[in-house]
Design a protein around this ligand. Sequence first.
Ligand code: MIC
Ligand code: SF4
Length: 639
Amino acid sequence: MSKTLAEKVIAQHLAEGKMKPGEQIGLRIDHTLTQDSTGTLAYLEFEAMGVPQVKTKLSLSFVDHNMLQNDFRNADDHRYLQDAAAKYGVVFSRPGNGICHQIHLERFARPGYTLLGSDSHTPTAGGVGMIAIGAGGLDVAAAMAGEPFYLQMPQIMGVRLAGALSPFVSAKDVILAVLRKLSVKGGVNKILEYFGDGVKTLSVPERGTIANMGTETGATTSIFPSDEVTRAFLRSQRRESQWVELKADEGARYSEVLDVGLGEVEPLIALPHSPDNVKNVSDVEGTPVDQVCIGSCTNSSLRDLKTVAALLKGKKISDRVSLTISPGSKQVLENLAASGELVNLIRAGARILENACGPCIGIGQAPQTDAVSIRTFNRNFKGRSGTQSAKVYLASPETAVASAIYGEITDPRKLGRYPEVTLPENIIVDDGLFIFPSKPFTGEIRRGPNIKPLPDFPPIPDRLTGEVLLKLGDNVSTDDILPGGSEVMSLRSNIPEISKHTFRYVDPSFADRALKKGGGFIVGGENYGQGSSREHAALAPKYLGVKAVIAKSFARIHLANLVNFGIAPLTFVEAKDYAGVAQGDLLELDVKGLKRNLCVRNVTKDLEIQVELDLSEREKGWLKSGGKLAAIKAKHAVK
Ligand code: MIC
Ligand code: SF4
């Protein structure tokens, strides 16, 4: 039978289950990646599993998120990660080497392989034909220990690209067009598979941009064919021998097909405060701009920054704008420096930041009060920039440059002639900032005083009772549950401390109230827990005593994280019952046997609400025993 490309790669890695959409499957994982802000927990979890060396083909540990080092805590985390990498056979990417997804794409991504990463933008590697999935740290630690990754077999949705992009329109506009159609939840439990004659017109970095931001649709991942363009990219990275051709079979069937005529795509922009709030740039032209930030794992490739350098050549940015540029990797920065293009950026007035995530996750460069900030990033949730009143817009590098020059949102076509940027075949490739594990690690892993052991959670009882601690609306993000920013992120390896910041901007009294009430319930709307893969957004509420989250629907990674740490994810059978619960209501629920259909009693309102616990037997086992770690520990301990 004809297969889609995604089905082919999954079939080759199928460890358990049937490839029927909605069924649980186990996937063998070839590569894993972690980054510092999710990595400390992932390695603490891996250590707890007692496995002497990683069992994957390749595991990588990156330091790219929390780079501010405003006290000893980040530096201690980085040292811990470096020691853990050396001990367990993991390649360590030193601070300064760049953003995990960008570097993985450049140096390691392989067509036809699988990748599991403790970061939601791991699908970037779909740009070269990998099945690359984001997950919580515990799932990645389990994959490092050789366990399959369990997930719901997604539907495969085809995205047919036709024609070619017009000048000044780029990959970011394509994915914004897709987001406009699908919204932030239209991709949940789907893989977006790109095909059609338009694919060959896009370079690998452009495909990476599209696959990266497919995450914002809620998709499990995105994948592109591996073709001659992929081959040329791998050749430029001195990795041509890793190329294989990959594409869907003739007659392969998609669950649905979205058509995108590349020639019809206009410059687009996502308005505050959601990546799917997409408009044409021309609709908001003239809005005064205070800050422009170029970079992030979405738009920091050599292709992007060469375009930015060409557009800024001989220009000055507006007096009212602060322009920051964060190259995606040392390779990008080094090539720009060697070719002289870096000078264009500096002379135009850009502030060159480290090769790292930087402002994308609120690590510095918080904009001024009420500012308008145009960013080439992938998320614009309220407050994520570090300034609650800031209005963050998401756009292409081309639109970002035009807006920086004119000081207002500007259609990039106003810039005149479009530079034809081609990627040189002979780029400089230097792996000097990787540490490849070689000799056996002797000695102890060094842990700073802020690195605390993982809390142990008891099995969940048969009866859950407590108050509704907080009732929220649709699309609550993990940034709402546990914010980013340097202050909170330096606590990523300390669950007791970080839990004090839970829902900090939504309701500053949440953490105290939860503790005082002995825990309770959270009620949410659609797509609860969208965004980041940070498992802290499950662990911290768990630590505060949250027993269950009742929502209309959940985002995929957060749902898995809740189960992994023993919080019951319950969905309303009738969405209208959401109206029947208020903050402060006392709820009771019998979960004995963890049946699929359960009944919540609202004692305060004397109402019964039907909810569903839609989990596999394996997941129920994890939930029951208070989390997945205990189960994996037990498995490896008997060996
Ligand atoms: C993000 O973009 O929100 C992050 C920071 O990269 C997260 C990971 C984290 O919270 O550490 C993600 O997307 O998974
Ligand atoms: Fe880093 Fe931002 Fe990408 Fe997350 S989305 S990995 S914070 S650059």
